[in-house]
Every structure is written in structure tokens, then in C-alpha cells.
Design a protein around this ligand. Sequence first.
Ligand code: DC
Length: 237
Amino acid sequence: MTNKKITIAIDGFSSCGKSTLAKELANELNYIFIDSGAMYRGVTLFALRNNLISNTDVDREGIIDKLADVNLEFKANKNDAPSLLLNGENVADEIRTPIVSSFVSKIAEIKEVRTKLVGEQQKMGNKGGIIMDGRDIGTVVFPSADLKLFITADVDIRTERRFKELIARGFETTRDAVRENLIKRDHIDSNREESPLTKAETAIEIDNTQLSREEQLQKALDLVEEIIIQQRKIFMI
Ligand code: DC
């Protein structure tokens, strides 16, 4: 692998293993990994703490009014995903709770929220050497990314993976509840008005239903190598 640092955009449905792949790629390549979904989760946690979400209702106007009070940063961790800081507080665990998962897609539909977060994400990536995963990275955040990946997996496999992860972290849940949340989020994320989840025209699809983590990582590393070789050739012409 050469030292040329590129920008890599990874999009796909919920719980497809995008963040796992992005984290492993970043470790291998010594790139910065940004989980953009964590930022939408951070705004959701802020809204919950400020009573801007009640039962099933999201107070859109209230959230838009208070957006300027939401400060999100990432704190680097050695060999692990960066932790999200919400107004200086490490909320890496709290943003993964089922209550946040159940509202985050509603928050991510709000145009003003997206404008703020997309702007911050673009600033984080302006020097290259970044791997960002989410739903609109290849289409909106980094439309000129050097490599765009679109990750998919069978919904049963995704349910099983997310269910095991939640149980291992001590949450009480059922496979049915996890499956329902994944399907609901995918539906909202793919059908919303503001930058819905779609596969970018130039994205390369990886279906990891039958792939091990190692196989998926190797596929992605091969693609990175190809891009770097191609770019070197173009540069030499
Ligand atoms: O990747 P995740 O499951 O942590 O993302 C949480 C939610 O945030 C997801 O349901 C959709 C939304 N999201 C988004 O709209 N755009 C992104 N770039 C990343 C996440």
C-alpha cells in the first residue's frame, strides 16, 4: 500500500457492519474513521434529555431552535472507534441505547439537523485520509469520494448480529423487536425527503451476508489498492 491518502465513503442499511468495516479499514490504512450515524444519535440524545421528544412525538421546531446548543466532537481512541462527545461529555455508550435507536431516524429526517451535521462532516474530511460511514456519504457529504462502497446484508443476518451485540452489552430485547426497528429505520432512511439512502451511481456494492469480517475487509482493501494504482497511473500520464 502507498502513502497516498484517499477519501472513502461507506453507505448502506442499518446494522450491515458498515462501522465495523470502516473501523478495520481505518486501522489497516492509518486513516481517520468517522461514524456519521453517531452524530445523528448525539442530536437524538440531546433532544431526549431536553424533553424535545415525548412518547412518539418529536418536537421539530424545538429541536431546530436548540440546534446551536449542540456541540459534537469525536475523541480518538487507540485501536477503537472514536467516542462521541456531546457538549464535552463522552456519550459513546448512551447513544447506542434502544431508546435512541428508536427515534434517531425521525431526527435524521429534519433538514436543519442534516445541514448542520453534513457541514461538520465535510469539514472533518477536507484533508483526505478519512473513512466515513452513514447513509448519504457517497451521495451528499463526499460526492467526489475516491472510493464509494454500498454495504448490504440479509435482514435476518443483520437482526442476529444486532441482537447479539445488544445482549452482550446488557440490554434486554428480543429478535422481533430488533428486526422491527431495523426495518422501520431502513424504510424511513430510504424514503425521507432530505437526502434519502440510495446507492451512489459509482458505488461498489458489497453484500456481506455470506462473508466473514476478514473476507469483507480484504475485498475493501483490494479496492483501495486498485484506486491508488489507478490514480498513480493518471498522475504519471
Ligand atoms: O449508522 P447508525 O445506525 O448509527 O445511524 C443512525 C441513524 O442515523 C440511521 O437510522 C439514519 C441516520 N443517519 C443518516 O440519516 N445519515 C447518515 N449519514 C448517518 C446516519
